[in-house]
Design a protein around this ligand. Structure first.
Ligand SMILES: Cc1ncc(COP(=O)(O)O)c(C=O)c1O
Length: 475
């Protein structure tokens, strides 16, 4: 067997795998414990290589035991689905393997990334904006905080951050943990990220933000960064950007929008009002690898002011890479990474393929599916909606007819669905109650997929109820 035969066989495997995305009889995962996985796959690397036949066998095993995130019953994470043009774009960009730092080695990708940043800025309303693709939303949040720090203390780039200045940052109490990591990495300290109270739906309360800023100032601190979360990770809540922008303007604080989860909502004319005021922010993290279904990773940090990102970088005197000979700025000069994947390329292929309208419809569909799922919960007497749906997340639990520990029951329910590979949904805690969190992230979801999910969930819940009842009678 030669490499061309492997290529042809791999192509067949890809075709077969893709068919299972729409086949509801294929489990979402063939669950194995770590020890069981080691029994079915030889993970070690030996001195001698393996035969082509063994290589093909490993490809099969890899697909067989991986989670099928393109399957419509994968409703677990903030990403899901299979995006055909983006997949092809990814394969071709890997084929032409290159790095984003210079036009010299990535001429087409440089033009593509520049165009994607321009297009994304046009949605954000950043007229003089800029941006760059980064390795995920967490890193986009880091670059935003880094840019905010460099705006007020530019000399920090060279001499380090003077801790006597006591910088403080403000986020929704339900914001993503990456802000604390960013403060840790930047030497600001995770404890100086102040958690601002949110309302019953999970949105930051603007009056609480102002109160926290004032009390930070009274402690002799320097508030420098506020993040508005555009869809919190558990509840999908949007912070009130417009009101937060007025507060930030009053105290001269950088306002960042963390749209790592829900930033793509901006593509929907119907729903973008949830991000009202986005053009007033200083930066915006937007992850096309979530709701736009681009294969991981595809993530951008946009900034309102051109020059911000270059300013972050410590003076570059590297004539061994940046030669400035191609009548275009090398994108590497705005990135803290040197080698960087051409992640904008797969997004470009997908956006070209679906068009602006196509993507608008995909995002509208996600909200429609979440609304449909929310209604299914409301209609069923044994399903309890724990928090009103804010966007793409539906948080609920099953309430058995017999009194029981609801957190324990719902955890078991979720785990048994997952381990059987029927449907995968995630969970988190809200007000001490375990919430099953269903996410509509796959742009191709239809009502029948939601129906199948609830059928799976309810039949599993009834089975568990019978088990609990039997144990109760026997006890
Ligand atoms: C609100 C929010 N911010 C940031 C992130 C981090 O994004 P990434 O996983 O791309 O690092 C997430 C991830 O789920 C998120 O939900």
């Amino acid at each position: 067997m030669n490499e061309l035969t492997i290529l042809a066989e791999s192509f067949e495997k890809i075709k077969n795998y893709l068919q299972t995305n729409n086949d509801q009889t294929t489990p979402v995962v063939k669950f194995r414990t770590p020890a069981e996985l080691a029994e079915v796959i030889d993970f070690g690397v030996k001195n001698d290589g393996i035969s082509e036949h063994e290589f093909l066998g490993l490809l099969d095993k890899y697909l067989e035991f991986s989670v099928k995130t393109g399957n419509k019953q994968f409703l677990n994470q903030l990403y899901s689905g299979f995006n055909f043009p983006a997949f092809i774009g990814e394969v071709f960009s890997v084929l032409a393997n290159t790095s984003m730092y210079t036009y010299e080695v990535a001429p087409v990708a440089t033009r593509i990334e520049t165009e994607m940043i321009r297009l994304m800025n046009s949605y954000a309303g950043y007229k003089e904006g800029d941006g760059i693709f980064v390795s995920g939303g967490s890193n986009a949040n880091l670059i935003a905080m880094f840019s905010a720090r460099n705006r007020i203390f530019p000399e920090g780039r060279f001499y380090g951050y003077d801790r006597n200045l006591k910088l403080s940052a403000f986020v929704n109490e339900q914001a993503h943990y990456s802000f604390e990591t960013a403060a840790n990495v930047l030497g600001i300290g995770a404890k100086n990220v102040i958690k601002v109270k949110s309302d019953v739906n999970g949105s930051m309360i603007p009056e609480e933000l102002e109160r926290e800023i004032l009390s930070s100032i009274s402690r002799g601190e320097k508030p420098f960064f506020v993040a508005a979360t555009c869809a919190t990770t558990l509840l999908g809540a949007y912070d009130p950007i417009d009101e937060m922008a007025s507060i930030c303007a009053k105290y001269d604080i950088w306002l960042h929008a963390d749209g790592s989860f829900g930033g793509s909502l901006i593509l929907s004319d119907k729903h973008k009002h949830l991000m009202k005021g986005i053009e007033k922010t200083d930066s915006f993290a937007w992850n096309p690898h979530k709701l736009m279904n681009i294969p991981l990773v595809c993530s951008a940090i946009l900034v309102k002011k051109r020059g911000t990102l270059q300013h972050n970088i410590t003076d570059i005197n590297t004539d061994y890479i940046f030669h400035d000979i191609d009548e275009i700025e090398d994108l590497g000069k705005k990135s803290i990474q040197c080698g960087r994947k051409v992640d904008a390329v797969k997004l470009w292929f997908a956006w070209k393929y679906y068009g602006l309208d196509g993507y608008r419809k995909r995002i509208d569909n996600l909200i429609e599916m979440a609304t449909y799922a929310e209604n299914q919960v409301k209609l069923h007497p044994q399903l309890e909606l724990l928090v009103a749906r804010q966007s793409f997340a539906v948080c609920f639990r099953y309430v058995p007819s017999q009194e029981t520990d609801l957190n324990k029951f719902n955890l078991e329910l979720r785990e048994s669905l997952r381990k059987k590979g029927k449907s995968i949904v995630n969970y988190g805690y809200t007000g001490g109650k375990l919430a099953i969190r269903l996410i509509t992230a796959n742009g191709e979801l239809a009502q029948s997929d939601m129906d199948l999910f609830f059928d799976n969930l309810l039949s599993e819940a009834h089975r568990l109820e019978r088990k609990y009842m039997k144990a109760y009678v026997e006890a």
